[in-house]
Design a protein around this ligand. Structure first.
Ligand SMILES: Nc1ncnc2c1ncn2[C@@H]1O[C@H](COP(=O)(O)OP(=O)(O)OP(=O)(O)O)[C@@H](O)[C@H]1O
Ligand SMILES: [Mg+2]
Length: 243
C-alpha cells in the first residue's frame, strides 16, 4: 500500500477537495482498492463520504492516538492506495502523518498568503525525509499570479505539471458526496483531476521502484560485509555489484 498525504498549513487551500477527488479518480479507473483516512477533527472529508451514495472508495476512521495502528491495519487489508486528509497545521501530528507517507501533496492557492505559508509545511516534510509535490489549486486562466506562484513554488520543490482551476463545479460537485468527474465528466476540471492523478500515480510508482531497488541492495550481516541475501544476490549481477 502506498500512502499519499495531502498537507498544508494554510486553511482552505484545497486539501479535502483534492483528497476526495484524487481518491475517487484512482478508484474509478481501477487503480484501487483505495481507502480514505480523515485526520482532520473538522471531519469535512468524513461528512462528504457519508453523503456519498456511489460505491467506493472506502473510508476508515482514525485518531492521532491510533494512527500508526490504523495505517498498519489498512495495509494488512490489502489496500493499494491510502489517501490521507489532514487539518491545516504544521504540527507534530502532521509530522507523524508525513512519516507514514510515501508522498506528500501540498495544494497551494496562487496567493501571497498561501505562498508565504508553504515554508512550515516544507520544513516538516524535509525533517520527515519524505518527498513532496506542490500543486497549484484555484488557478485562474491567464493570471500572472498563477504563473508567478508556480515559479515561486518550483524554487522550493517539485510542482505538479497540472494546475487545478478555480471552478464552481469543483465545490458544488461535493455537496452530495460526488466529485466533478461524476457530475461533469466532460468538464475541463474533470480532465485536470484525471491528469493530476496520472502524474501522482507515476511518481508513486517511481518511488516504489526506488524503494524496492534500495531494499535489494542493503547488505545483510552488518557493516563491512558484502553479502547480499536471497533475491538481491540474483540481481547483483544485473546491477554490476560485487557480492
Ligand atoms: N479548485 C477549486 N475550485 C473551486 N473551489 C474550490 C477549489 N478547491 C477548493 N475549493 C473550495 O474552497 C474551499 C476550501 O477547500 P477545502 O475544504 O478543500 O480546503 P482545505 O485545505 O481542506 O481546508 P481546511 O484547511 O479548512 O481543511 C471549499 O469551499 C472548496 O469547495
Ligand atoms: Mg480540509
Amino acid at each position: 500500500m502506498q500512502v499519499l498525504a495531502i498537507c498544508s498549513q494554510k486553511g482552505g487551500s484545497g486539501k479535502t477537495t483534492l483528497c476526495g477527488h484524487l481518491a475517487v479518480q484512482a478508484h474509478r479507473i481501477g487503480d484501487g482498492p483505495v481507502v480514505l483516512l480523515d485526520c482532520d477533527p473538522q471531519g469535512s472529508l468524513a461528512a462528504w463520504w457519508n453523503a456519498r451514495a456511489l460505491p467506493g472508495p472506502e473510508f476508515a476512521r482514525t485518531t492521532l492516538a491510533s494512527l500508526d495502528d490504523d495505517v498498519a491495519r489498512l495495509r494488512a487489508r490489502g489496500f493499494r492506495y491510502l489517501f490521507v486528509d489532514t487539518p491545516p497545521a504544521a504540527s507534530a501530528a502532521i509530522a507523524r502523518v508525513m512519516r507514514l507517507s510515501d508522498l506528500i501533496l501540498v495544494p497551494t492557492r496562487p496567493s501571497p498568503h498561501d505562498l508565504r505559508a508553504v515554508g512550515a509545511t516544507l520544513d516538516l516534510a524535509e525533517r520527515a525525509q519524505r518527498p513532496l509535490v506542490f500543486v497549484v489549486n484555484g488557478a485562474t486562466a491567464r493570471s500572472r499570479l498563477t504563473s508567478d506562484a508556480a515559479v515561486a513554488l518550483s524554487q522550493h520543490g517539485t510542482v505538479a505539471p497540472v494546475l487545478v482551476s478555480q471552478k464552481v463545479v469543483m465545490a458544488s460537485s461535493m455537496i452530495d458526496g460526488r466529485t466533478v468527474m461524476e457530475t461533469h465528466p466532460e468538464s475541463p476540471s474533470a480532465r485536470e483531476i484525471e491528469a493530476l492523478w496520472l502524474y501522482l500515480r507515476e511518481r508513486l510508482a517511481r518511488l516504489a521502484n526506488r524503494e524496492a531497488f534500495l531494499r535489494r541492495r542493503i547488505p545483510v550481516g552488518g557493516f563491512g560485509r558484502r553479502r547480499i541475501e536471497g533475491e538481491a544476490a540474483e540481481s547483483a549481477d544485473e546491477l554490476g555489484e560485487v557480492t
